[in-house]
Design a binder for this molecule. Sequence first.
Ligand code: AMP
Length: 190
Amino acid sequence: MKRIVVYCGAATGNNPIYITATKKLASWLVEHNLELIYGGGGVGLMGILSDQVLAKGGQIHGVTTKQLVSQGAESPRLRELSDLTVTDNMSARKAEMMNLSNGCIALPGGIGTLEEITQAFSWARLGDNPNPCVFYNVNGYYDSLAKMFDQMATEGFLSAADRKKVLFSDSLDEIYAFMTTYVPPKIRQY
Ligand code: AMP
């Protein structure tokens, strides 16, 4: 594993626990020599994550869109210090983020974060994303989503084998073990 895409909120959330966890994840990436691939934003948890990775001397590759740049959403520090890819649209951006990375982690976030990590896992099941997908389940933030995934399996909309191919965990050690031993799911047959 060399590069990890991290999806996270463009807001920080109300509880400082999310900022603390974001800094912890940033330090973990740098300690494990993992380059951060992320949305290029300078706001919310994205800004905290990128600032902390840079402060610890890590590498960052931001991937954003022309539209977000025109709105001034990318991190000004990132422009100076690291790589920034600007794509034509969000679809190209999500594909590029996945292509550049060897694993996908979602910190707490909103709809954008949920969309990105869910697409990454959905694509894993189609054979279009060979990389592990993980929800960093800080403060039990994703507990209800984990239950929903369990229900998909119970109700026959997600195989039990594929349910095991996505991890919800608040332990970075467990996340590292899962990611480094991951075998992609069998490609879906219909
Ligand atoms: P949300 O979880 O709804 O706050 O959206 C965050 C996710 O959407 C991030 O992982 C980004 O990929 C993307 N995103 C939303 N706002 C921005 C922004 N200002 N700059 C870059 N990416 C953003």
